[in-house]
Design a protein around this ligand. Structure first.
Ligand code: PLP
Length: 253
């Protein structure tokens, strides 16, 4: 009977049939539904642990020019906080305080004169930071246009063709025209001259990357900022910059 069951399960694509020898492994475990019966935690751990071997190895991920190694103590602290609902700042005020100190440290690293009162937030990754920064630029631009009695239905954003995919996602989610400075010859990043050709009064901002995802190169933030200041003097249009410091923000200063 059991043999038949195992055979049937083997033939059925939607079940996972583990090869371990423990008694409970003689039953197949469904892949897409919660099993009717419980399974021992160590069995579940082994199963999922082994499935994850199929993933890439993050220690060998050199694609984004950042290291993924951390001290075991850092991992220990993280695991001690897994069960906290970080967004609930009333219940976990000390976590909120430490988050705030990290923001101050980052502001200090970037020579902010008011680093002890700097505003900021932690995010799950740079993609979320891009969403928040991008949204702030869109709302500021929209307020400015409304005050000037101008239409607000055609926002655009200027970036290099080398930007990380999160900026394209941002533009898609928020209905923004993504204007790309194309790579040319040996130039794989945006520069001031080319960025300036794409901006207009509907530009919510220009993304400049410190640590291009393609080759790790820093884009010329000052050059672009100076060019946008000159553009403002000539046209009266003030266009902000978002510096994407996903890989360089802790290193560049
Ligand atoms: C320049 C740049 N911006 C944004 C991101 C997105 O970061 P995350 O994967 O942490 O969301 C990356 C990630 O590689 C990046 O290199």
């Amino acid at each position: 009977m059991r043999e038949q069951k195992v055979k049937a399960a083997l033939e059925e694509e939607s079940v996972l049939t583990p090869t371990y020898a423990s008694r409970e492994m003689t039953e197949s475990i469904p892949k897409h539904a919660i099993p009717k019966q419980s399974t021992a935690p160590e069995t579940v751990y082994n199963l999922i642990h082994d499935e994850l071997i199929m993933d890439g190895n993050s220690r060998q991920n050199l694609a984004t020019f950042v290291t993924t190694w951390m001290e075991p103590e850092a991992k220990k602290l993280m695991s001690e906080c897994f069960d906290k609902n970080m967004i609930d700042k009333d219940e976990y005020p000390q976590t909120a305080e430490i988050e705030s100190r990290c923001i101050n440290m980052l502001a200090n690293l970037w020579n902010s004169p008011d680093h002890e009162t700097a505003t900021g937030t932690s995010t799950i990754g740079s993609s979320e930071a891009a969403m928040l920064g991008g949204m702030a630029m869109k709302w500021n631009w929209r307020d400015k246009m409304k005050k000037a009695g101008k239409p607000t239905n055609k926002p655009n954003m200027v970036m290099g063709a080398n930007t990380q995919i999160c900026w394209h996602k941002f533009c898609k989610y928020w209905d923004i025209d993504a204007r790309e400075v194309k790579s040319e010859g040996n130039r794989f990043t945006l520069n001031a001259e080319e960025a300036l050709k794409l901006v207009d009064e509907n530009t919510i901002g220009v993304v400049v990357i410190m640590g291009s995802t393609m080759d790790g190169k820093y884009e010329p933030v000052k050059e672009v900022a100076d060019a946008l200041d000159t553009y403002q003097q000539q046209t009266g249009i003030d266009i902000p910059i978002h510096v994407d410091g996903a890989s360089g923000a802790f290193i560049a200063p």
